[in-house]
Design a protein around this ligand. Structure first.
Ligand code: SAM
Length: 237
């Protein structure tokens, strides 16, 4: 296990990312050989990192220990338990087919994230594409698309992806938001109205599942999962 990965365990919010990524992994039926795209990775793509760590944890048979860590109350004990778990991981054990593309439009942020992933020995599992989500080219085999909460132009990003999906193929979108009833909307852009609009515009886009953090949860984002099947309807020019 690289020493840098152990250091990551000291990052105070890593447990939140692991917890949310674990929920999102289940909502989108991610498997050990999945390929996904994360739009809006930023300089520190913690969600892609958390998703990869979870696959390594599960492959090592440490799922129960992971659940136990997450169920601890936030604090030093929880942080130490997460760090101890990371200490046991072998980053080379990941299924070679599992892959995440982290999309980042800002060149400086993209370069920073490349350096970080190299230091963590996770660059074989996560590659960074320095491009706006509105312009990404969908690569074959990538069927799950996460759209981060801070992504600007979510509809255009989704539209760019949808128009590239071959006829008859189905993909999943996971879009992060925050509850409007929640003060957290001051931190992030709520997107309920935009989602209602695109549901009407693109009938092939069907809401599949959602997750909202329960009252008192330390998690910030709510999550909506959409299925899109290209039925060759003329809405996408
Ligand atoms: C701060 S990061 C969020 C990363 C997140 N914390 C995670 O879960 O790993 C948000 C990033 O999204 C990028 N971004 C915003 N809109 C984008 C777009 N349309 N395409 C690509 N990147 C975008 C910003 O440049 C910023 O670096």
């Amino acid at each position: 296990m690289p020493a840098e990965l152990k250091l990551l365990g000291n990052f105070p919010y890593l447990d939140h990312y692991l917890e949310l990524a674990n929920i999102e992994r289940e909502l989108t039926h991610i498997k050990s050989n999945s390929k996904l795209v994360f739009v809006g990775g930023g300089p520190m793509p913690l969600t892609p990192i958390a998703l990869v760590l979870i696959e390594i944890i599960l492959k090592a048979g440490l799922g129960k220990e992971f659940e136990d860590c997450l169920s601890l109350k936030k604090g030093d004990e929880k942080q130490a338990a997460v760090a101890a778990l990371l200490d046991k991981l072998d980053t080379s054990s990941l299924d070679p087919d599992y892959h995440i593309i982290s999309v980042e439009k800002d060149t400086v942020a993209a370069e920073r994230s490349k350096e970080l992933l190299k230091a963590l020995h996770l660059d074989h599992a996560i590659t960074v594409h320095n491009v706006a989500g509105q312009d990404i080219k969908v690569e074959p085999g990538f069927k799950t698309f996460f759209i981060a909460s801070m992504v600007v132009g979510k509809e255009e990003v989704m539209r760019n992806i949808m128009r590239q999906i071959p006829e008859g193929e189905e993909v999943l979108f996971l879009v992060r938001s925050v509850e409007q009833s929640n003060l957290r909307e001051l931190l992030y852009e709520p997107i309920e109205e935009m989602l209602e609009e695109i549901e009407q515009k693109y009938p092939a886009l069907q809401r599949h599942d959602s997750y909202t953090p329960p009252p008192g949860s330390a998690l910030i984002n709510s999550v909506h999962v959409y299925k899109f099947k290209n039925l060759a309807t003329p809405v996408l020019d």
